[in-house]
Design a protein around this ligand. Structure first.
Ligand code: IPE
Ligand code: IPE
Ligand code: MG
Length: 241
């Protein structure tokens, strides 16, 4: 792997669970939405920082299949923010040669949001720098369930047989088809769980948890996570050489 800035071995793919927007706002006596707004600014900055550090893929958990359980007010505010930040993101992506891709079941969103997602993907498809993957209405179990459904449809159509199904086949039916598995998972605000994130893809990723609340996350925090990753002895089930 390439040694990048500061002589650091930069992970090819970083997956991020951005958590703690609500707590950040609460600490300041602000509504949760204020935390989400600040969190969106942090996402923008992190995209730029990661791209400049030489990260090839950055996958961020923006909205889970479970997040619909939040109040209608909070879900509505998140959708509004999403609308606004999709436009900003297009500019950030263009300025940084970043390709944007969304994973998750987008069919549940309003029509204008679905169109906005399509536009973001198509207008940045030719960019050759970092790939920024946003997981929206994403759940690992939902992704695997949708994949199984499509595999069974292919079997019924006669284009896939049980004997042909390998791990590679399954991976090719996931939303992340063609994207290498994350090397490093970062979760902010101290929670020690996966919350239904990339259940298949994180099988051998290194995990880094920081107490930092997402809106406070910055380049220094990112470098700290990468530095710790750089010092790890990665194993994939084998023994020491
Ligand atoms: C993460 O922050 C953003 C989303 C899940 C959309 P939270 O909203 O989960 O913030 P906390 O965990 O309540 O602090
Ligand atoms: C995970 O955060 C989902 C996203 C970051 C989008 P949550 O705050 O929803 O997860 P839990 O509820 O703490 O597990
Ligand atoms: Mg949370």
């Amino acid at each position: 792997m390439e040694k990048g800035e500061n002589g650091l071995r930069v992970p090819q793919h970083i997956a991020l669970i951005l958590d703690g927007n609500g707590r950040w706002a609460k600490k300041r006596g602000l509504p949760r939405t204020a935390g989400h707004r600040q969190g969106c600014i942090t996402v923008e900055k992190t995209v730029e920082d990661a791209a400049r550090l030489g990260v090839r893929y950055l996958t961020v958990y923006g909205f889970s299949t479970e997040n619909w359980k939040r109040s209608a007010e909070e879900v509505g505010a998140l959708m509004q923010l999403f609308r606004y930040y999709m436009k900003r993101l297009l500019k950030v992506a263009k300025a940084n040669n970043v390709r944007v891709k969304m994973i998750g079941d987008r069919t549940r969103f309003d029509k204008d949001i679905i169109e906005g997602i399509g536009r973001l993907e198509s207008e940045t498809a030719g960019n050759t720098g970092m790939t920024f993957v946003i997981a929206v209405n994403y759940g690992g179990r939902d992704e695997i369930t949708r994949a199984v459904r499509r595999m069974m449809e292919a079997a019924r159509a006669g284009t896939l047989s049980a004997e042909e199904v390998t791990e590679e086949t399954v991976a090719s039916y996931l939303d992340t088809a063609g994207i290498p598995d994350p090397d490093l998972l970062i979760r902010t605000s101290g929670e020690l769980r996966l919350s239904n994130y990339l259940l298949w893809q994180l099988a051998y990723s290194e995990i880094y948890i920081t107490d930092c609340l997402w809106p406070d996350f910055n380049r220094e925090e990112l470098i700290r996570a990468i530095r710790q990753y750089d010092q790890r002895d990665r194993r994939f089930g084998g023994a020491d050489e």
